[in-house]
Design a protein around this ligand. Structure first.
Ligand code: NAP
Length: 314
């Protein structure tokens, strides 16, 4: 058997794992912590890692693979990987941008509509028989024609803004710099953005630099008709401030695909009836996950063939 070239690390589906194992001589571990337990000959021969998941991948795991040259991440968000530690060791990192933009933007819009139109309550009303017994549900809230604010007008943020513009919304946004987006209004801070809009949609990168970026002040600035949508990472929003505002009715609601401490999310969320909760499934369609897996595999292939990486991070 040829020498192991790849360690497959993380929560891959059977299909994804089989494709990687079919393409490269590979071993599998469920998380970065287990790399060090691989036998020495295997660790010495490994050149690349295919990584999926949110468990931290730090310098210790990298040092256990002396010939490691690439960590190919499955996902656009690579905040679990210590990229500075990788760069310091001449290890390249790749991710899977763009192929997932549509799915994540679709889910953001879906959560917004579901929250405003009380679709989860409507569904329960039908299923429980309450419709036939008690009649119509209370009137809810119109979505089209509102004012939306995007926090982080990157690849996914733009797709969300384009969709909301098609819903006849006025588009405001905050990024670190103003973009060339005629007709959309730029705000140089999140509080000013929140003051101007009904809906605040967070599409930032995760990681230490954006920790708590949407502050308590910004959440409260949204006001009682404000709705927060977060498809980025649980870290980007001050989660306890969000929970306080939702519980007190200082904002109208939230649609959340991401949380701190996933999947063991704060139980305070579970009793709120003004939130739509999703299990971090933004990119989770069969088609998009397949495209992400293909892009990850192509990055590994390019690296092992000495070709240019398709979607490098560092
Ligand atoms: P992107 O194109 O890199 O855009 C990221 C945005 O974050 C940009 O607007 C950027 O601001 C901003 N940003 C980056 N570093 C920042 C910093 N230090 N301070 C303030 N703002 C900063 O990324 P993307 O492809 O749109 O993806 C965005 C994120 O979505 C990913 O990183 C991931 O965490 C999340 N995501 C979630 C799911 C899900 O399943 N829910 C799926 C895919 C992705 P500028 O505009 O100023 O550059």
């Amino acid at each position: 058997m040829s020498e192991t070239q790849l360690v497959i690390v993380g929560a891959f589906t059977d299909e994804e794992r089989a494709r990687l194992e079919g393409a490269f001589p590979a071993v599998y571990v469920s998380g970065p912590d287990e790399i060090v337990a691989l036998d020495e000959a295997t660790r010495a021969s490994v050149k690349a890692v295919a990584f999926k998941g949110h468990k931290p991948f730090g310098g210790g795991a990298m040092d256990a693979l002396p010939g490691l040259g690439l960590i190919a991440n499955y996902g656009v968000g690579y905040d679990a990987i210590d990229v500075a530690a990788a760069s310091a060791r001449d290890i390249r990192v790749t991710n899977t941008p763009d192929v997932l933009n549509d799915d994540v933007a679709d889910l953001a819009v879906a959560m917004l509509i579901a929250q405003c139109r009380t679709m989860m309550k409507g569904e329960a009303h039908v299923r429980s028989g309450a419709w036939a017994r008690d009649g119509e549900i209370p009137l809810n809230r119109k979505v089209s024609g509102s004012t939306a604010g995007i926090v982080g007008l990157g690849r996914i943020g733009r797709e969300i803004a384009n969709r909301l513009a098609a819903f006849k919304m006025e588009i405001h946004y905050h990024s670190r710099s103003e973009k060339d987006t005629p007709g959309w209004t730029y705000h140089d801070d999140v509080v000013s953005l929140a003051e101007a809009v009904d809906f605040l949609v967070v599409a930032l990168v995760g990681g230490p630099e954006t920790q708590g970026y949407v502050t308590r002040e910004a959440i409260d600035a949204l006001g009682p008709r404000g709705v927060v949508i977060n498809i980025s990472r649980g870290t980007t929003v001050d989660e306890s401030a969000l929970l306080d505002a939702l519980e007190a009715g200082r904002i109208a609601g939230a649609g959340l695909d991401v949380f701190l401490n996933e999947p063991n999310i704060d139980p305070r969320f579970l009793v709120l009836d003004n939130v739509v909760l999703q299990p971090h499934q933004g990119s989770g369609s069969v088609e998009t996950r397949r495209a992400m897996a293909e892009l990850q595999l192509s990055n590994v292939q390019a690296f092992l063939d000495g070709q240019e990486l398709l979607t490098p991070v560092n």
